[in-house]
Write a protein that binds this ligand. Structure first.
Ligand code: SF4
Ligand code: SF4
Length: 139
């Protein structure tokens, strides 16, 4: 114990005053999850692979819209969704969202119509128009 105390006196404490002092992330760290919704085909693979059930993917063919919903508070940042996404539109950044006392949910929507016509033809086709919004909620 005394060597540790002496070391701390000379070098300073081993801990940081988070969030005032934030350490640079390690290379390859699995941080914030982002979805480039323009590339999403709303297949639902990410939601099925997610072990913490924090993803929900819905397709409304009548409205021509798909929705990708992400509960950040429940995510364990395992990277399963990124690994299995067939289009590569999911990515984990090396950074982390700031600490918050509130739960937050991300909701992204994009059009399905052009994409679905392309699927019916068995081809690739353009993306539908994309819109995005982020909503917060208290849990
Ligand atoms: S796996 Fe990828 S393409 Fe499929 S719904 Fe999830 S984010 Fe979209
Ligand atoms: S990183 Fe893991 S826990 Fe988070 S949304 Fe993806 S599959 Fe789910």
């Amino acid at each position: 114990m005394i060597p540790n105390m002496l070391r701390s006196l000379v070098r300073g404490p081993a801990t940081r005053r988070y969030p005032d002092q934030v350490r640079e992330p390690f290379a390859g760290s699995r941080g914030e999850l982002v979805n480039r919704i323009e590339g999403c085909v709303f297949c639902g693979v990410c939601a099925r692979r997610c072990p913490s059930q924090c993803l929900r993917v819905t397709r409304d063919k009548e409205a021509g819209l798909g929705a990708w919903e992400y509960d950040q508070s429940a995510c364990v940042f395992c990277g399963q969704c990124v690994e299995h996404c067939p289009t590569g539109c999911l990515e984990q950044l090396g950074t982390w969202a700031p600490a918050s006392e509130h739960k937050s949910r991300v909701l992204l929507r994009a059009g399905l119509k052009v994409r679905d016509r392309a699927e019916n033809r068995g081809g690739e086709g353009e993306q539908g128009p994309a819109e995005a919004d982020e909503t917060g909620f208290r849990g």
